[in-house]
Write a protein that binds this ligand. Sequence first.
Ligand SMILES: Nc1ncnc2c1ncn2[C@@H]1O[C@H](COP(=O)(O)OP(=O)(O)OP(=O)(O)O)[C@@H](O)[C@H]1O
Length: 265
Amino acid sequence: MAMPFPILDIQHATVCRGETRVFSDFSFLLNAGEHAAILGPNGAGKSTLLKLLSAEVHPLALEETRARLFGEERWSVWDVRKKLGIVSYDLQRDYLICAEGRNVVLSGFYASNDTYNHQTFTQEQMDRADAVMRELGIESLATRAFEHLSTGEQRRFLLGRALVHDPPVLVLDEPTSGLDLKSCFQYLDLVRAQIHKGKTIVLVTHHLHEIPPEIERVIFLKGGKILADGPKLNLLTNDRISTLFDRPIVLAQANGWYQALPGPS
Ligand SMILES: Nc1ncnc2c1ncn2[C@@H]1O[C@H](COP(=O)(O)OP(=O)(O)OP(=O)(O)O)[C@@H](O)[C@H]1O
């Protein structure tokens, strides 16, 4: 059997953001092919964990700390960006003033928020952007201004941006927030298609319904600590979810999908 390849391997890390110490003695390992959903209440440290993965924040350089990204102890942000496709709410907000749809997808080649005059694209890159838009069903909207697209369409363009350089890992932060039910389920179908194409999915969410059946590993984060980490079957139970969110919750389940409902208080 092939050796697991670690995407993110951090041990005994302390991570501060501004004045806040988000993680102390924090250890976490994520291997390629190991789709994971990170769940936790507001302020738990989910975004910080994603930013560790995308090399936007770094652990303090303490003697006991080890941090490897894609197997390397030293990395450049650009190398990491080539290997990650990120879709986050921040991006959607930052793009609201930007140009047409095709440029959103093309900007993924530079990991920027728009295309600029100094950025040039090869015919191959243009063809790749067109292919991705076709795959996501948005090619007819390629010349539409981003701000004139619906939330669901915008989300597809941002997925296209994340996929355009064909990264092995796709990071989704609250992927379906703001989408109506049909758009939500269509979007999740697109995500599942990427799983079947061999991409590793890392999902951060408050919403259990956006965890595709293919994601097996669930990580509960709370107060900067990993409260639980294991198979979905063990973690997505009424008791454990209620403990994570400090209130009674009951779970509904169908065809490998979950939904959370208020429990009796
Ligand atoms: N730039 C910053 N400066 C200071 N504190 C920060 C900064 N960013 C995050 N924090 C703090 O770090 C902690 C973890 O934040 P983080 O954004 O990682 O949580 P989260 O689980 O993603 O929360 P949410 O679900 O609300 O997005 C919070 O207490 C937050 O206030």
